[in-house]
Design a protein around this ligand. Structure first.
Ligand code: RB5
Length: 149
């Protein structure tokens, strides 16, 4: 499965730190930028990953901005994207088990590097639990199709 990775300037330092860590997990994400600490607009980079996940061209994505909030807003505009802003280990596990999150978002200015690595590891290794959670995801899909009620 291919994983997309992108950030803005607020997430650049953490993205670079995580790149070495991915290697230890045997994962090689496609880095879509940004490639320096120069100020950029997070939507420009969030869409690069979210659009591809939405189209099924990427299996998963990881986005990083300063707080993670902007990237979450962008990513969740795309149909089929279930982007989870995760800044702790419990949410990381639940976002996969319960929500089948296909994009992980981390706040680069919120989470320390070592915690971020653990968050990524747990997120990549935790499967979706299905069952009652599947029904809930189907309701989200219905919302996208405006057929909830
Ligand atoms: C950039 O300064 C900052 O606004 C951005 O990284 C992010 O936190 C937005 O939600």
């Amino acid at each position: 499965m291919q994983i997309g990775l992108a950030c803005d300037h607020g997430g650049f330092e953490l993205k670079e730190e995580l790149k070495a860590f991915f290697k230890t997990l045997g994962v090689e994400p496609i880095d879509m930028g940004t490639f320096s600490e120069d100020s950029v607009d997070y939507p420009d980079f969030g869409v690069l990953v979210a659009e591809k996940v939405s189209r099924g061209e990427l299996g998963k994505g990881i986005l990083i901005c300063g707080t993670g909030i902007g990237m979450s807003m962008v990513a969740n505009k795309f149909p089929g994207v279930r982007a989870a802003l995760v800044n702790d280990l419990y949410s990381s596990r639940c976002s996969r088990e319960h929500n089948d999150a296909n994009i992980l978002i981390i706040g680069g200015r919120i989470v320390g590097k070592e915690l971020a690595k653990e968050i990524v590891k747990v997120w990549l290794e935790t499967p979706f639990a299905g069952g009652r959670h599947q029904r809930r995801l189907e309701k989200i899909e219905m919302l996208e199709k405006e057929k909830f009620r």
